[in-house]
Design a protein around this ligand. Structure first.
Ligand SMILES: [Zn+2]
Ligand SMILES: [Zn+2]
Length: 577
């Protein structure tokens, strides 16, 4: 039984195969646990799952047994036989199966679909392959808890996941990618490299450990340095605002479910999920002339958005985060120049973080929109021209713009071929209206400015999660929390190493000394696991020469190097980014 529609990009046969495999898995589960209550089993990206209420938690041995039984059913090549039944008949067929009963109750039609293969019967109107032998290559991967109908007030079920591909080769290739993804999982690396952790005491709000905080702050510093060059002015705005602000901005009507509200002295207050309305209040607090435009407010204010607990994920889906957020107020004529500058900033930043060339998409006017056609024409042309002039790869998407303006989104494909949406440049004709913003034009009249929302990295939290996975924790040297670790060969070399460390620190480098009485090889291995870019080994001969023996985390031996030479080399590398 599937409660799903066709999945984007999955071909019809594979959809049938994955869906049929879910039936075969349920058949196997009922063979092992005749008392099992079975719920739903749709095909998904890369495979399939089925949810069950079982007498005990499943073990890896259970998965092995289910796998064997499934292969037996596939070898027997049992035909899938479809029929229909009245709802009353179906209620009898699925007697003792509460989830099926509930599903039957929820079906509007008079008859329901039934699908049998061998001894197994399911409630299902979706397409299958002809027989069990026609499914693809599969592997059962894991079991996870899942609430019935995704609602935490319902029974927690056991969801068994399987992956399925047309051929054994494709399955094997996918499993290699999966293993690589697990190695790179930022939650795991976050713990191993002592960068951050998440605790149930603060759901969706990461704790950044000292090393993670270094990376976080360096990302912000890079942006601050760019702000100086690109003409942004950083501001600090309140965290908690009267609900009046959110009513005026429209968030109260459209975004309330994702916000945190506080009742205080008979006043309702809302914690900010975005900086834009606060920036509009700031813009309106002063009289502006056309000479000041474009006026660019940048804000590293902390934002809070409620996300359902089931959707939280490490750093990439959180409730508390900071964006490298900015709002530009400008004239229609200035839009093109602003967008070109933002694209340049994006490319510069992504190169510095070693993330390669992003892809862009331009979302054009949707059916429901505000603002007159002339304004939309001008805005869309300005965005398109800016993208073309920048020479970046981009595609246009009709109808995907926001009702208040067109936008540009930036996507990044990571090493595992996954697509991430990172930053957005959004034109806004709406908020300047709602906040009645104006500036004095050259002819003395009062004019409405256009507002541009833009983030380069997006949420710093999410960006860090992607950065950790992309580099598998081995950050570029300028960003590495520890850039070099000194490794004394014996205790008598500790003093020398401390002295070298002081010299490197004086040059602005981040350095540690490994003074544990471990073997040198163990210390080198540990530094490699911690992804420290340079290991500086010092023994008697190095000390005599005023040098260190340099090794990289990739295992390259750079030989003995005078301390000054090494310092200059790394300082230059950091400056270059
Ligand atoms: Zn089915
Ligand atoms: Zn904004």
């Amino acid at each position: 039984m599937a409660e799903t529609q066709q999945i984007k990009g999955m071909d019809e046969l594979l959809y049938r195969q994955r869906h049929s495999a879910a039936h075969i898995m349920a058949e196997a589960v009922l063979e092992v646990f005749p008392e099992a209550k079975y719920a739903i089993g749709p095909p998904i990206e890369n495979g399939f799952y089925y949810d069950f209420e079982l007498p005990r938690p499943l073990t890896p041995e259970d998965l092995d047994q289910l796998d064997r039984l499934m292969r037996q059913s596939i070898a027997a090549d049992k035909p899938f036989i479809k029929s229909t039944a009245s709802k009353d008949e179906a209620r009898r067929i699925f007697a003792g199966q509460p989830y099926k009963q509930e599903l039957i109750d929820g079906i509007d039609a008079a008859d329901v679909g039934i699908c049998r293969h061998g001894e197994f019967t399911d409630l299902c109107g979706y397409p299958h392959v002809e027989s069990t032998g026609k499914v693809g290559a599969f592997k059962l991967t894991n079991v996870a808890g899942a609430y019935w109908r995704g609602d935490e007030h319902n029974q927690m079920l056991q969801r068994i996941y399987g992956v399925m591909f047309p051929t054994q080769e494709e399955l094997a290739a996918y499993l290699v990618r999966l293993e690589e993804a697990e190695k790179r999982d930022h939650r795991r690396l976050g713990r191993e490299l002592e960068l951050f952790f998440v605790d149930p005491i603060a759901p969706g709000s990461p704790f950044f450990l000292p090393k993670g905080t270094i990376v976080y702050n360096l990302a912000i510093e890079l942006l601050r340095e760019m702000y100086t060059r690109y003409g942004y002015q950083e501001v600090i705005t309140p965290q908690i605002f009267s609900a009046e602000l959110w009513k005026r901005s429209g968030h109260y009507d459209n975004y309330k479910d994702n916000m945190y509200f506080i009742q205080e002295e008979d006043q309702e207050l809302g914690v900010k999920p975005m900086n834009c309305p606060g920036h509009c209040v700031m813009f309106a607090s002063q009289v502006h002339s056309y000479r000041e435009l474009p006026l660019r407010y940048a804000d590293f204010g902390r934002l809070h958005r409620f996300e359902r607990s089931g959707t939280l994920h490490g750093l990439t889906r959180v409730r508390s985060f900071v964006q490298d957020d900015a709002h530009t107020y400008c004239t229609m004529e200035q839009i093109g120049g602003e967008i070109a500058a933002v694209i340049a900033m994006m490319r510069e930043a992504y190169a510095a973080f070693g993330l390669g060339e992003p892809r862009f998409s331009l979302s054009l006017r949707p059916e429901k929109r505000i603002g007159n056609e002339e304004v939309w024409d001008t805005a869309e042309v300005a965005l398109r021209d800016a993208l073309q002039a920048s020479g970046v790869v981009f595609q246009e998407v009709e109808g995907e713009g926001a009702f208040y303006g067109p936008k540009i989104d930036l996507f990044l494909d990571d090493v595992l071929g996954r697509e991430w949406q990172l930053s957005t440049v959004q034109l806004d004709f709406n908020l300047p209206e709602r906040f009645d913003l104006h500036y004095a034009a050259e002819d003395g009249t009062l004019q409405r400015p256009v507002m541009i929302h833009r983030a380069i990295l997006g949420s710093i939290e999410r960006f860090m999660g992607i950065l950790i996975e992309q580099h598998a924790g081995a950050f570029p040297v300028w960003l590495a929390p520890v850039q070099a670790r000194l490794i004394p060969i014996a205790d008598r070399h500790n003093d020398y190493c401390r002295g070298v460390a002081e010299k490197l620190r004086a040059a602005g480098l981040r350095v540690e000394v490994d003074e544990r009485s471990e073997r040198m090889q163990a210390k080198i291995r540990d530094a490699q696991l911690k992804k420290v870019p340079y290991m500086l080994i010092a023994g008697d001969r190095d000390i005599e020469a005023g040098a260190v023996s340099v090794r990289t985390r990739e295992g390259e031996d750079l030989g003995a190097m005078a301390v000054d030479v090494f310092t200059q080399r790394v300082v230059a590398e950091v400056a270059e980014k």
